[in-house]
Design a protein around this ligand. Structure first.
Ligand code: CU
Length: 233
């Protein structure tokens, strides 16, 4: 009888935890404000001359006085995510269809080694490269990773295929940082890619920079932090 009661209580507590985590994740998936790539004339591409649009994103190691943390659902989540890295000014991104788009990243965080070098390589850019501090590269060293910007499909999708993955290099461990822990000379990365027809995609970071579940928890699964939406319109 006692054992049955313990089992029942364990099951109830377990269900409670799952529902609770699910609720936090659901509230957390409220979408941040959309940022739209700005038109910037036209550019010559392998697909002819296309309208060009540009977007700037930054990656911060943590929030600070100058760069406040993204919105959170409640105090528990704010506490849970405090001191965690995030993308700004938003993770809800909109770019034009049938265009050439450049995203400029300013990366202020440290990093480490990624287990799978697939994500240390560039995928889906216009010419297979990115610019890293002004140098054209096809990959970055596997042991100098900070984050990735990886855009992909929903699992079931009838819309045009789209896949883009940009490795963002770390600032070296001995890099000078300011009071907020941001690198004083951040890594500058830019990627240029061609979009097709309209579609709705998601993106996330594939470098385990979070906590819980082998560093794939916390910010890694939270929109507004290391994951978001990517609309081609
Ligand atoms: Cu990350």
């Amino acid at each position: 009888m006692k054992r049955a009661l313990i089992t029942l209580v364990s099951v109830i507590v377990g269900v409670g935890i799952v529902v609770g985590v699910g609720y936090v994740a659901f509230v957390a998936s409220e979408e941040p404000a959309v940022i739209v790539a700005k038109p910037n004339g036209t550019m010559q591409t392998p697909k002819g001359e296309l309208p060009h649009a540009v977007l700037d994103l930054s990656v911060y190691p943590n929030s600070s006085k100058d760069v406040p943390a993204p919105k959170t659902a409640n105090a528990i989540q704010a506490n849970w995510l405090s001191g965690q890295p995030f993308y700004g000014p938003s993770t809800s991104i909109q770019v034009p269809a049938n265009s050439v788009v450049t995203i400029n990243f300013t990366q202020y965080d440290g990093g480490g080694t990624i287990y799978n070098d697939f994500f240390a390589r560039v995928h889906g850019s216009m010419d297979g490269t990115i610019s890293w501090n002004g140098k054209s590269v096809k990959s970055i060293p596997q042991d100098q990773m900070a984050h990735t910007f990886t855009v992909h499909q929903y699992p079931e999708s009838t819309q045009p295929y789209f896949f883009l993955s940009v490795p963002l290099p770390q600032n070296p461990p001995d890099a000078k940082t300011n009071k907020a822990g941001f690198a004083e000379q951040p890594q500058q990365i830019s990627v240029t890619f061609i979009t097709g027809e309209a579609g709705t995609y998601i993106w996330n970071c594939e470098f385990p920079c979070g906590d819980l579940y082998q560093e794939f928890g916390g910010p890694m699964q939270t929109r507004g932090w290391m994951a978001g939406t990517f609309e081609v319109v």
